[in-house]
Design a protein around this ligand. Structure first.
Ligand code: MG
Ligand code: MG
Length: 259
């Protein structure tokens, strides 16, 4: 049986800390959803996100994240054919764009990581369907989270839902363990075989993040060395939640906590 190093299994206290970080991350995304409108620059959205995180005593997890060069912003904002890792800039959102926003918050040493895709004003039928299917595939994956299930059950549930609609999942970009680091083991692919891979265990915390492309599973990276686009420039979408495996099933960590 494949097992995960015990150091990545979280205690209940650690899971509570991740929920607190996830709560702040969710507040950021809720605010950004309201601000997505034609004419808003992605840099303005990024500044708002950083302010909210810092006002809550958190640190933007993505800022300075190692890569080709340290990641320069709080959010990744990826528009239309951009799938993930788009860098905020002076670019203004336009009516009809579909925008994927990903955010990470570190609070008290623990991380929440989540993402959504939203249309700007009126969007076309393909964009609406893509966003809906991508969101649904996230919850199809989350439903599989239970001790004793395999990671392959999560991956396959996502892949099956996406491919039922004729869409594609990337091969090189995956979900991941999350907690004290943004990327911990294991990798959580958006494709897989039921009953295969790591066995889920209480206290595991993973970021499930379906990325979905309309025309191809192939991607390429732009000359800024961060932004990942669909190789055929077809539309893409991305949803993500950080989730803990509990005895009772999935606990979504990156949502606004009712007080
Ligand atoms: Mg993310
Ligand atoms: Mg992630």
């Amino acid at each position: 049986m494949i097992s995960l190093d015990e150091q990545f299994i979280k205690t209940e206290l650690e899971i509570e800390k991740m929920q607190a970080a996830g709560h702040v991350n969710a507040l950021v995304l809720e605010e950004i959803k309201k601000l997505i409108k034609p004419g808003v620059s992605t840099r303005d959205l990024d500044r708002t996100a950083e302010t909210i995180i810092r006002d809550h005593g958190g640190i933007p997890t993505f800022k300075g994240y190692p890569g080709p060069y340290p990641y320069p912003a709080t959010l990744t904002i990826s528009i239309n054919e951009e799938m993930v890792h788009g860098i905020p800039s002076g670019r203004e959102l336009m009516e009809g764009d579909i925008v994927s926003v990903d955010c990470g918050t570190t609070l008290d040493g623990y991380i929440g990581d989540s993402a959504f895709t939203q249309g700007v004003g009126e969007i076309g039928e393909e964009g609406s369907r893509l966003i809906r299917v991508t969101r649904e595939s996230l919850y199809k994956g989350i439903e599989q989270i239970l001790p004793g299930k395999h990671l392959g059950d999560v991956s396959a549930a996502i892949q099956e839902h996406v491919e039922n609609f004729g869409y594609h999942v990337p091969r090189q970009y995956t979900g991941h363990g999350v907690g004290r680091q943004m990327h911990e083991p294991p990798q959580v692919p958006n494709f897989g075989i039921p009953g295969q891979g790591l066995v889920l265990k209480k206290g595991m915390t993973i970021a499930i993040e379906p990325m979905v492309l309309v025309g191809t599973h192939k991607t390429r990276v732009l000359s800024d060395e961060w932004t990942v686009i669909s190789a055929d420039h077809s539309l893409t979408a991305h949803y993500e939640h950080s989730v803990a495996v509990t005895a009772n099933g999935p606990l979504i960590l990156t949502k606004v906590k009712e007080s």
